[in-house]
Design a protein around this ligand. Structure first.
Ligand code: DLL
Length: 434
Protein backbone atom coordinates (compact mmCIF):
# COMPACT_ATOMS: atom_id res chain seq x y z
CA UNK A 1 0.00 0.00 0.00
CA UNK A 2 2.19 2.78 -1.32
CA UNK A 3 -0.42 5.30 -2.40
CA UNK A 4 1.33 8.17 -0.71
CA UNK A 5 4.72 7.55 -2.21
CA UNK A 6 3.87 9.28 -5.42
CA UNK A 7 6.99 9.35 -7.65
CA UNK A 8 5.02 10.83 -10.54
CA UNK A 9 4.69 14.02 -8.51
CA UNK A 10 7.49 13.74 -5.97
CA UNK A 11 10.17 12.87 -8.56
CA UNK A 12 8.66 14.88 -11.41
CA UNK A 13 11.19 16.65 -13.66
CA UNK A 14 11.39 20.28 -12.57
CA UNK A 15 10.17 21.60 -15.96
CA UNK A 16 7.00 19.48 -15.67
CA UNK A 17 6.43 20.72 -12.14
CA UNK A 18 6.67 24.31 -13.39
CA UNK A 19 4.03 23.55 -16.01
CA UNK A 20 1.74 22.08 -13.38
CA UNK A 21 2.32 25.10 -11.13
CA UNK A 22 1.68 27.55 -13.98
CA UNK A 23 -1.63 25.96 -14.78
CA UNK A 24 -2.75 25.84 -11.14
CA UNK A 25 -1.52 29.36 -10.39
CA UNK A 26 -3.46 30.94 -13.27
CA UNK A 27 -6.67 29.23 -12.13
CA UNK A 28 -6.05 30.11 -8.48
CA UNK A 29 -5.44 33.81 -9.14
CA UNK A 30 -8.69 33.95 -11.08
CA UNK A 31 -10.55 32.15 -8.27
CA UNK A 32 -9.19 34.54 -5.65
CA UNK A 33 -9.76 37.69 -7.73
CA UNK A 34 -13.35 36.73 -8.38
CA UNK A 35 -14.19 35.62 -4.84
CA UNK A 36 -12.07 37.56 -2.36
CA UNK A 37 -12.80 41.31 -2.48
CA UNK A 38 -10.05 41.96 0.08
CA UNK A 39 -7.35 40.53 -2.21
CA UNK A 40 -8.98 41.95 -5.33
CA UNK A 41 -8.57 45.41 -3.77
CA UNK A 42 -4.89 44.72 -3.10
CA UNK A 43 -4.43 43.63 -6.73
CA UNK A 44 -6.37 46.63 -8.05
CA UNK A 45 -4.22 48.96 -5.94
CA UNK A 46 -1.12 47.40 -7.47
CA UNK A 47 -2.65 47.60 -10.94
CA UNK A 48 -2.51 43.84 -11.52
CA UNK A 49 -5.29 41.83 -13.13
CA UNK A 50 -5.60 38.04 -13.37
CA UNK A 51 -4.63 38.20 -17.06
CA UNK A 52 -1.23 39.63 -16.04
CA UNK A 53 -0.46 36.32 -14.34
CA UNK A 54 0.31 33.76 -17.03
CA UNK A 55 3.00 31.75 -15.25
CA UNK A 56 5.09 31.60 -12.09
CA UNK A 57 7.44 34.12 -13.70
CA UNK A 58 4.66 36.66 -13.11
CA UNK A 59 4.24 35.74 -9.45
CA UNK A 60 6.32 38.73 -8.30
CA UNK A 61 3.65 41.07 -9.71
CA UNK A 62 1.13 39.93 -7.08
CA UNK A 63 0.81 41.73 -3.75
CA UNK A 64 1.97 40.02 -0.55
CA UNK A 65 -0.34 38.95 2.25
CA UNK A 66 0.76 39.20 5.88
CA UNK A 67 -0.57 38.15 9.27
CA UNK A 68 -1.82 41.74 9.60
CA UNK A 69 -4.03 41.26 6.55
CA UNK A 70 -5.41 38.12 8.15
CA UNK A 71 -6.20 40.05 11.32
CA UNK A 72 -7.77 42.88 9.38
CA UNK A 73 -9.89 40.51 7.33
CA UNK A 74 -10.84 38.42 10.41
CA UNK A 75 -12.86 36.26 10.39
CA UNK A 76 -14.36 35.87 6.90
CA UNK A 77 -12.60 38.50 4.77
CA UNK A 78 -10.26 36.10 2.95
CA UNK A 79 -12.75 33.33 2.44
CA UNK A 80 -12.96 32.30 -1.24
CA UNK A 81 -15.89 29.87 -0.96
CA UNK A 82 -19.39 30.23 0.49
CA UNK A 83 -19.52 29.23 4.15
CA UNK A 84 -21.94 26.48 3.14
CA UNK A 85 -19.05 24.75 1.34
CA UNK A 86 -16.74 24.95 4.37
CA UNK A 87 -16.68 22.07 6.80
CA UNK A 88 -13.90 22.94 9.26
CA UNK A 89 -11.87 25.70 10.81
CA UNK A 90 -8.50 25.45 12.51
CA UNK A 91 -6.74 28.27 14.30
CA UNK A 92 -3.47 29.38 15.80
CA UNK A 93 -3.05 28.65 19.46
CA UNK A 94 -2.91 31.12 22.27
CA UNK A 95 -3.42 34.43 20.54
CA UNK A 96 -5.83 37.28 21.12
CA UNK A 97 -9.43 37.70 19.94
CA UNK A 98 -8.16 38.24 16.42
CA UNK A 99 -6.42 34.94 15.99
CA UNK A 100 -5.66 33.44 12.61
CA UNK A 101 -8.60 31.34 11.47
CA UNK A 102 -8.21 29.06 8.45
CA UNK A 103 -11.20 27.54 6.63
CA UNK A 104 -11.40 24.21 4.81
CA UNK A 105 -13.74 22.63 2.32
CA UNK A 106 -13.91 18.82 2.23
CA UNK A 107 -11.51 18.92 -0.70
CA UNK A 108 -9.07 21.13 1.26
CA UNK A 109 -9.02 18.63 4.12
CA UNK A 110 -8.48 15.82 1.65
CA UNK A 111 -5.42 17.53 0.12
CA UNK A 112 -4.05 18.57 3.50
CA UNK A 113 -4.26 14.99 4.73
CA UNK A 114 -2.55 13.82 1.51
CA UNK A 115 0.38 16.10 2.34
CA UNK A 116 0.62 14.65 5.88
CA UNK A 117 0.31 11.13 4.46
CA UNK A 118 3.30 11.84 2.20
CA UNK A 119 5.28 12.91 5.26
CA UNK A 120 4.40 9.72 7.15
CA UNK A 121 5.25 7.62 4.10
CA UNK A 122 8.58 9.41 3.67
CA UNK A 123 9.36 8.46 7.28
CA UNK A 124 8.78 4.81 6.38
CA UNK A 125 5.13 4.56 7.46
CA UNK A 126 2.81 1.96 5.89
CA UNK A 127 -0.50 0.33 6.78
CA UNK A 128 1.48 -2.07 8.98
CA UNK A 129 2.34 0.78 11.35
CA UNK A 130 0.80 1.99 14.59
CA UNK A 131 0.97 5.78 14.62
CA UNK A 132 0.69 7.60 17.94
CA UNK A 133 -0.38 11.20 17.40
CA UNK A 134 0.64 13.24 20.43
CA UNK A 135 0.29 16.71 18.90
CA UNK A 136 -2.52 18.72 20.44
CA UNK A 137 -5.98 18.12 18.96
CA UNK A 138 -8.58 20.86 18.63
CA UNK A 139 -8.01 24.20 16.98
CA UNK A 140 -4.28 23.51 16.61
CA UNK A 141 -3.50 21.88 13.26
CA UNK A 142 -0.92 19.34 14.51
CA UNK A 143 -3.25 16.65 15.88
CA UNK A 144 -5.97 16.78 13.19
CA UNK A 145 -3.42 17.00 10.33
CA UNK A 146 -1.25 14.05 11.31
CA UNK A 147 -4.32 12.09 12.40
CA UNK A 148 -5.79 12.47 8.92
CA UNK A 149 -2.49 11.61 7.26
CA UNK A 150 -2.11 8.51 9.39
CA UNK A 151 -5.63 7.32 8.45
CA UNK A 152 -4.84 7.80 4.78
CA UNK A 153 -1.65 5.78 5.00
CA UNK A 154 -3.70 3.12 6.74
CA UNK A 155 -1.77 3.11 10.01
CA UNK A 156 -3.59 2.10 13.14
CA UNK A 157 -3.96 5.62 14.57
CA UNK A 158 -3.75 6.41 18.28
CA UNK A 159 -5.31 9.88 18.70
CA UNK A 160 -3.61 10.58 22.04
CA UNK A 161 -3.25 14.38 21.90
CA UNK A 162 -0.46 15.77 24.09
CA UNK A 163 0.03 15.36 27.83
CA UNK A 164 -0.38 12.55 30.35
CA UNK A 165 3.05 11.24 29.48
CA UNK A 166 3.04 8.03 31.50
CA UNK A 167 -0.20 7.04 29.81
CA UNK A 168 1.36 7.84 26.44
CA UNK A 169 4.17 5.43 27.25
CA UNK A 170 1.78 2.78 28.48
CA UNK A 171 -0.24 2.91 25.24
CA UNK A 172 2.95 3.03 23.23
CA UNK A 173 4.00 -0.24 24.86
CA UNK A 174 0.60 -1.98 24.99
CA UNK A 175 -0.22 -1.26 21.35
CA UNK A 176 3.33 -1.43 20.00
CA UNK A 177 3.32 2.06 18.50
CA UNK A 178 5.94 2.31 15.76
CA UNK A 179 5.62 6.00 14.76
CA UNK A 180 5.35 8.96 17.11
CA UNK A 181 4.07 12.37 15.96
CA UNK A 182 4.49 15.33 18.35
CA UNK A 183 6.57 18.45 18.92
CA UNK A 184 10.31 17.79 19.29
CA UNK A 185 10.28 19.12 22.84
CA UNK A 186 7.49 16.73 23.78
CA UNK A 187 9.37 13.85 22.12
CA UNK A 188 12.41 14.69 24.24
CA UNK A 189 10.23 14.77 27.34
CA UNK A 190 8.71 11.39 26.49
CA UNK A 191 12.29 10.07 26.14
CA UNK A 192 13.20 11.39 29.57
CA UNK A 193 10.07 10.00 31.17
CA UNK A 194 10.78 6.62 29.61
CA UNK A 195 14.18 6.69 31.24
CA UNK A 196 12.74 7.84 34.59
CA UNK A 197 10.31 4.91 34.49
CA UNK A 198 13.33 2.60 34.36
CA UNK A 199 12.69 1.68 30.69
CA UNK A 200 14.99 1.73 27.66
CA UNK A 201 14.32 2.08 23.90
CA UNK A 202 14.34 -1.75 23.80
CA UNK A 203 11.12 -1.75 25.82
CA UNK A 204 9.20 0.11 23.07
CA UNK A 205 8.63 -0.58 19.36
CA UNK A 206 9.00 2.95 17.97
CA UNK A 207 11.05 3.23 14.78
CA UNK A 208 10.34 6.76 13.59
CA UNK A 209 9.14 10.15 14.81
CA UNK A 210 7.63 13.05 12.87
CA UNK A 211 8.40 16.20 14.78
CA UNK A 212 7.74 19.85 14.00
CA UNK A 213 5.74 22.99 14.86
CA UNK A 214 8.75 24.62 16.55
CA UNK A 215 12.47 25.12 15.93
CA UNK A 216 14.79 22.29 16.96
CA UNK A 217 18.46 21.62 16.45
CA UNK A 218 20.50 18.72 15.06
CA UNK A 219 21.77 18.11 18.64
CA UNK A 220 18.20 17.73 19.81
CA UNK A 221 17.52 15.36 16.93
CA UNK A 222 20.42 13.13 18.00
CA UNK A 223 19.30 13.21 21.63
CA UNK A 224 15.72 12.24 20.76
CA UNK A 225 16.88 9.53 18.35
CA UNK A 226 19.03 8.04 21.10
CA UNK A 227 16.52 8.27 23.93
CA UNK A 228 13.69 6.69 21.91
CA UNK A 229 15.74 4.45 19.59
CA UNK A 230 14.22 5.99 16.43
CA UNK A 231 14.95 8.01 13.33
CA UNK A 232 13.54 11.53 13.83
CA UNK A 233 12.06 13.40 10.84
CA UNK A 234 11.23 17.09 10.63
CA UNK A 235 7.87 18.38 9.37
CA UNK A 236 6.91 21.98 8.64
CA UNK A 237 3.74 23.92 8.09
CA UNK A 238 1.62 26.75 9.39
CA UNK A 239 -2.06 27.24 10.09
CA UNK A 240 -2.37 29.78 7.27
CA UNK A 241 -1.31 27.21 4.66
CA UNK A 242 -3.49 24.37 6.13
CA UNK A 243 -1.10 23.15 8.84
CA UNK A 244 1.65 20.51 8.95
CA UNK A 245 2.69 18.89 5.69
CA UNK A 246 3.72 21.90 3.62
CA UNK A 247 7.19 20.34 3.78
CA UNK A 248 8.55 17.08 5.16
CA UNK A 249 11.84 15.30 5.60
CA UNK A 250 12.93 12.19 3.72
CA UNK A 251 15.47 9.52 4.65
CA UNK A 252 18.34 11.90 3.74
CA UNK A 253 17.39 14.10 6.75
CA UNK A 254 18.97 17.15 5.11
CA UNK A 255 16.08 19.55 4.84
CA UNK A 256 12.39 19.30 4.05
CA UNK A 257 10.86 18.72 0.61
CA UNK A 258 8.11 21.24 -0.15
CA UNK A 259 4.92 19.81 -1.67
CA UNK A 260 5.31 21.94 -4.78
CA UNK A 261 2.22 20.58 -6.48
CA UNK A 262 0.26 22.43 -3.76
CA UNK A 263 2.53 25.31 -2.74
CA UNK A 264 4.84 27.63 -4.67
CA UNK A 265 7.71 28.76 -2.46
CA UNK A 266 9.68 31.98 -2.86
CA UNK A 267 12.47 33.53 -0.81
CA UNK A 268 12.35 37.31 -0.47
CA UNK A 269 14.39 40.01 1.17
CA UNK A 270 12.27 40.74 4.27
CA UNK A 271 13.13 44.44 4.11
CA UNK A 272 12.57 45.19 0.43
CA UNK A 273 10.25 42.37 -0.66
CA UNK A 274 12.58 41.62 -3.58
CA UNK A 275 12.63 37.99 -4.74
CA UNK A 276 16.03 36.38 -4.05
CA UNK A 277 17.76 33.70 -6.15
CA UNK A 278 17.93 30.03 -5.15
CA UNK A 279 20.33 29.43 -2.30
CA UNK A 280 19.91 32.91 -0.80
CA UNK A 281 18.78 33.32 2.79
CA UNK A 282 15.57 35.27 3.26
CA UNK A 283 11.91 35.12 4.21
CA UNK A 284 9.83 32.21 2.99
CA UNK A 285 6.67 33.14 1.06
CA UNK A 286 4.02 30.61 0.02
CA UNK A 287 1.30 30.66 -2.59
CA UNK A 288 -1.23 27.88 -2.23
CA UNK A 289 -2.34 26.72 -5.67
CA UNK A 290 -4.84 24.01 -4.79
CA UNK A 291 -6.75 25.31 -1.78
CA UNK A 292 -10.38 26.27 -2.30
CA UNK A 293 -11.65 27.98 0.86
CA UNK A 294 -8.60 29.85 2.13
CA UNK A 295 -6.14 30.15 -0.75
CA UNK A 296 -3.49 32.63 0.33
CA UNK A 297 -1.40 34.15 -2.46
CA UNK A 298 2.17 35.22 -1.64
CA UNK A 299 1.75 34.78 2.11
CA UNK A 300 4.75 36.04 4.07
CA UNK A 301 5.55 33.40 6.70
CA UNK A 302 8.19 35.50 8.51
CA UNK A 303 10.30 32.32 8.69
CA UNK A 304 13.88 32.88 7.54
CA UNK A 305 15.07 30.07 5.35
CA UNK A 306 17.14 28.85 2.37
CA UNK A 307 15.78 26.77 -0.54
CA UNK A 308 17.85 24.31 -2.52
CA UNK A 309 17.32 22.20 -5.61
CA UNK A 310 20.39 20.06 -5.14
CA UNK A 311 19.78 16.44 -6.10
CA UNK A 312 18.46 14.49 -3.12
CA UNK A 313 19.55 10.91 -2.45
CA UNK A 314 15.90 9.90 -1.92
CA UNK A 315 15.12 10.64 -5.58
CA UNK A 316 12.59 13.39 -4.91
CA UNK A 317 12.91 16.47 -7.08
CA UNK A 318 10.70 18.62 -4.83
CA UNK A 319 12.63 21.70 -3.70
CA UNK A 320 14.06 21.47 -0.17
CA UNK A 321 13.87 24.08 2.58
CA UNK A 322 16.38 24.12 5.42
CA UNK A 323 15.22 24.17 9.02
CA UNK A 324 13.81 27.65 9.64
CA UNK A 325 16.74 29.79 10.82
CA UNK A 326 14.80 32.43 12.73
CA UNK A 327 11.99 34.88 12.11
CA UNK A 328 11.72 38.30 10.57
CA UNK A 329 9.23 39.34 13.25
CA UNK A 330 9.38 38.98 17.02
CA UNK A 331 7.16 35.91 17.36
CA UNK A 332 8.41 33.39 19.90
CA UNK A 333 7.34 29.75 19.93
CA UNK A 334 7.16 28.62 23.53
CA UNK A 335 6.11 25.04 24.23
CA UNK A 336 4.67 24.93 20.73
CA UNK A 337 2.53 28.03 21.29
CA UNK A 338 3.05 31.19 19.22
CA UNK A 339 3.61 34.17 21.52
CA UNK A 340 4.11 37.81 20.55
CA UNK A 341 5.74 40.15 23.12
CA UNK A 342 3.01 42.69 22.28
CA UNK A 343 0.42 40.32 23.79
CA UNK A 344 2.36 40.29 27.07
CA UNK A 345 2.53 44.07 27.04
CA UNK A 346 -1.22 44.31 26.43
CA UNK A 347 -1.95 42.18 29.51
CA UNK A 348 0.40 44.24 31.66
CA UNK A 349 -1.28 47.47 30.67
CA UNK A 350 -4.76 46.01 31.09
CA UNK A 351 -3.80 44.87 34.58
CA UNK A 352 -2.53 48.34 35.55
CA UNK A 353 1.23 47.79 35.24
CA UNK A 354 3.68 50.08 33.45
CA UNK A 355 5.33 48.52 30.39
CA UNK A 356 8.68 48.02 32.12
CA UNK A 357 9.27 44.33 31.77
CA UNK A 358 11.70 41.67 30.66
CA UNK A 359 10.74 38.39 29.02
CA UNK A 360 13.20 35.52 29.47
CA UNK A 361 12.80 32.29 27.57
CA UNK A 362 14.98 29.27 28.22
CA UNK A 363 14.93 25.54 27.65
CA UNK A 364 15.50 23.42 30.74
CA UNK A 365 15.53 19.62 30.34
CA UNK A 366 14.12 20.07 26.83
CA UNK A 367 11.12 22.00 28.05
CA UNK A 368 10.66 25.73 27.42
CA UNK A 369 10.41 28.10 30.36
CA UNK A 370 8.89 31.59 30.25
CA UNK A 371 9.79 34.08 32.98
CA UNK A 372 8.38 37.61 32.95
CA UNK A 373 9.85 40.22 35.30
CA UNK A 374 7.57 43.20 35.78
CA UNK A 375 8.50 46.39 37.53
CA UNK A 376 6.16 47.77 40.15
CA UNK A 377 5.55 51.49 40.53
CA UNK A 378 6.26 53.10 43.91
CA UNK A 379 2.50 53.05 44.65
CA UNK A 380 2.15 49.38 43.73
CA UNK A 381 5.14 48.31 45.73
CA UNK A 382 4.42 46.44 48.95
CA UNK A 383 6.66 45.09 51.68
CA UNK A 384 4.42 42.12 52.36
CA UNK A 385 5.44 38.95 50.61
CA UNK A 386 1.84 37.77 50.67
CA UNK A 387 0.61 40.81 48.72
CA UNK A 388 3.31 40.38 46.11
CA UNK A 389 2.59 36.66 45.75
CA UNK A 390 -1.12 37.30 45.30
CA UNK A 391 -0.46 39.93 42.62
CA UNK A 392 1.97 37.58 40.84
CA UNK A 393 -0.61 34.83 40.81
CA UNK A 394 -3.29 37.15 39.43
CA UNK A 395 -1.02 38.40 36.68
CA UNK A 396 0.05 34.85 35.78
CA UNK A 397 -3.64 33.93 35.44
CA UNK A 398 -4.32 36.88 33.11
CA UNK A 399 -1.27 35.93 31.01
CA UNK A 400 -2.44 32.33 30.80
CA UNK A 401 -5.82 33.52 29.49
CA UNK A 402 -4.18 35.65 26.80
CA UNK A 403 -1.27 33.42 25.79
CA UNK A 404 -2.54 29.93 26.49
CA UNK A 405 0.57 29.06 28.48
CA UNK A 406 1.56 29.65 32.08
CA UNK A 407 4.50 32.02 32.66
CA UNK A 408 6.39 32.53 35.90
CA UNK A 409 5.86 36.14 37.00
CA UNK A 410 8.43 38.05 39.05
CA UNK A 411 7.23 41.41 40.37
CA UNK A 412 10.33 43.47 41.03
CA UNK A 413 11.00 46.72 42.92
CA UNK A 414 10.58 50.10 41.23
CA UNK A 415 13.41 51.15 38.92
CA UNK A 416 15.17 47.81 38.85
CA UNK A 417 14.65 46.88 35.20
CA UNK A 418 17.45 48.40 33.13
CA UNK A 419 16.34 51.32 30.97
CA UNK A 420 17.64 51.43 27.47
CA UNK A 421 18.94 54.37 25.52
CA UNK A 422 18.07 52.86 22.20
CA UNK A 423 15.66 50.11 21.31
CA UNK A 424 14.51 48.45 24.52
CA UNK A 425 15.64 44.86 24.94
CA UNK A 426 12.48 43.21 26.17
CA UNK A 427 13.17 39.63 25.22
CA UNK A 428 16.10 37.42 26.12
CA UNK A 429 15.89 34.05 24.41
CA UNK A 430 18.56 31.81 25.91
CA UNK A 431 17.55 28.75 23.86
CA UNK A 432 20.12 28.03 21.20
CA UNK A 433 17.66 26.95 18.54
CA UNK A 434 19.25 28.13 15.34
O1 DLL B 1 2.90 24.71 13.99
C1 DLL B 1 1.75 23.60 12.18
C2 DLL B 1 2.49 22.35 12.46
C3 DLL B 1 1.95 21.39 13.29
C4 DLL B 1 3.72 22.11 11.86
C5 DLL B 1 2.62 20.20 13.54
C6 DLL B 1 4.40 20.91 12.08
C7 DLL B 1 3.84 19.97 12.92
P1 DLL B 1 1.34 27.27 13.64
O2 DLL B 1 0.94 27.03 15.03
O3 DLL B 1 0.52 28.19 12.81
O4 DLL B 1 1.35 25.91 12.81
O5 DLL B 1 2.85 27.76 13.65
C8 DLL B 1 3.55 27.99 12.44
O6 DLL B 1 5.64 27.37 13.51
O7 DLL B 1 5.65 29.74 10.85
C9 DLL B 1 7.23 28.30 12.04
O8 DLL B 1 7.73 29.50 12.61
C10 DLL B 1 7.00 27.27 13.14
N1 DLL B 1 7.29 25.91 12.67
C11 DLL B 1 6.42 25.00 12.18
N2 DLL B 1 7.07 23.84 11.87
C12 DLL B 1 8.40 24.06 12.16
C13 DLL B 1 9.58 23.26 12.06
C14 DLL B 1 2.08 24.78 13.10
N3 DLL B 1 9.57 22.02 11.61
C15 DLL B 1 4.99 28.39 12.74
N4 DLL B 1 10.75 23.85 12.44
C16 DLL B 1 5.83 28.50 11.49
C17 DLL B 1 10.79 25.11 12.90
C18 DLL B 1 8.52 25.38 12.66
N5 DLL B 1 9.71 25.89 13.03
Amino acid sequence: MERYWNPEIECMPHEDMIMLQNERLVAQVKHVYENVPYYRDLMDKKGVTPTDIQSIDDLHKLPFLTKNDLREAYPYGLLAKPLADCVRIQSTSGTTGKRVVAFYTRHDIDLWEDCCARAITAAGGTNEDVCQVAYGYGLFTGGPGLNGGSHKVGCLTLPMSSGNTERQIQFMRDLNATILCCTPSYAAYIGETLHDMGLTPDDISLKAGIFGAEPWTEEMRREIEKSLGIKAYDIYGLTETSGPGVAFECSAQTGMHINEDHFIAEIIDPNTGEVLPEGAKGELVFTSITKEAFPLLRYRTRDICVLTREKCSCGRTLVKMCKPMGRSDDMLIIRGVNVFPSQIETVLIEQGYAPNYLIEVDRVNNSDTLDISVELSAEQFSDTVKDIQRAEKELAGAMKTMLGINPKIHLVSPKTIARSEGKAVRVIDKRKLH
